[in-house]
Design a protein around this ligand. Structure first.
Ligand SMILES: [Zn+2]
Ligand SMILES: [Zn+2]
Length: 195
């Protein structure tokens, strides 16, 4: 899947899961580029890291549920809360990791420039061949220009930008909830000697 004519160059491109296409160093598994997960599935160049993240969240959540939370007075109610938190975390993670972070395509901004009559504050990305309006940054890991690039996240295997930042924040919030609940369970079990 590495040949250059297999590379997606415009935002309207559509593909099916049998034939994944490259968008920079990312992979579009299904759907249109200019939608978002679950209408499309787009994973980053560091997608193997996603597997580690899933294993850590689900494995960690199940271990804590069985060996810590169940040993406290919270019992099965606590187990359900722990597993629900792990589930929500995984779901938010999937949305952040499988959606377009806000990739800028050349044709999209050709139109913008025509409408604006050519703004002076835009610069050119020679790697993507796109005219960049302010706030667009090139990610060298993903090899694409991204709107409001926050950072390239190894855990999700891709960039966090304009279109997946909210899901990423939801992922972080639920992850902190999961960690907080797990540690609280651990304290109940060990220090207080609950049950
Ligand atoms: Zn670029
Ligand atoms: Zn990136």
């Amino acid at each position: 899947m590495g040949s250059d004519n297999n590379r997606v160059r415009d935002g309207r491109f559509h593909c099916n899961p049998i034939c994944p296409r490259r968008v920079g160093h990312m992979y579009l598994l299904w759907g249109h580029v200019d939608t978002s997960f679950p209408l499309h599935g787009m994973i980053g160049p560091d997608w193997p890291c996603m597997i580690c993240t899933y294993v850590l969240i689900l494995g960690g959540g199940m271990m804590f549920a069985q060996y810590v939370i169940l040993e406290t007075s919270l019992g099965w109610t606590g187990v359900m809360i722990e597993l629900a938190l792990a589930g929500v975390t995984c779901l938010a993670f999937t949305f952040a990791a499988c959606t377009d972070p806000g990739i800028v395509f050349s044709e999209l901004y050709d139109n913008v420039e025509l409408e604006e009559g050519g703004g002076g504050s835009k610069n050119l990305c020679t790697l993507c061949n796109v005219v960049r309006p302010p706030g667009v940054t090139h990610c060298y890991d993903c090899d694409v220009c991204v709107e409001e690039l926050d950072h390239h996240c190894p855990w999700t295997g891709k960039c966090i930008g304009k279109k997946n930042l909210r899901c990423f924040h939801l992922f972080l919030t639920s992850l902190f909830g999961l960690i907080f609940f797990s540690i609280a369970g651990l304290i109940m079990m060990t220090m207080i000697g609950d049950k």
